[in-house]
Design a protein around this ligand. Structure first.
Ligand code: SF4
Length: 64
């Protein structure tokens, strides 16, 4: 499944980094940096699903 982040929405809260550090980091400007664009395993998808609801801007979603 594709991991999709709406960079226009991201306000750099960093909650996603805490929830799924394998997928998300913050860049020097404090915006989310997508480390992996695909969640292949169940565990990876679960990590991204943990990050989705903790993003205050609803900027993260799983695609196809
Ligand atoms: S939790 Fe949302 S707003 Fe915060 S850094 Fe991650 S994507 Fe951006």
């Amino acid at each position: 499944m594709d991991v999709v982040v709406d960079l226009g929405m991201c306000q750099g809260y960093g909650n996603c980094v805490a929830a799924a550090p394998d997928f998300f980091d913050l860049d020097d400007s404090g915006q989310v940096l997508l480390l992996k664009g695909t969640a292949k395993t169940e565990a990876e998808q679960a990590a991204v699903r943990d990050a989705i609801p903790v993003c205050p801007m609803s900027a993260i979603r799983l695609g196809e």
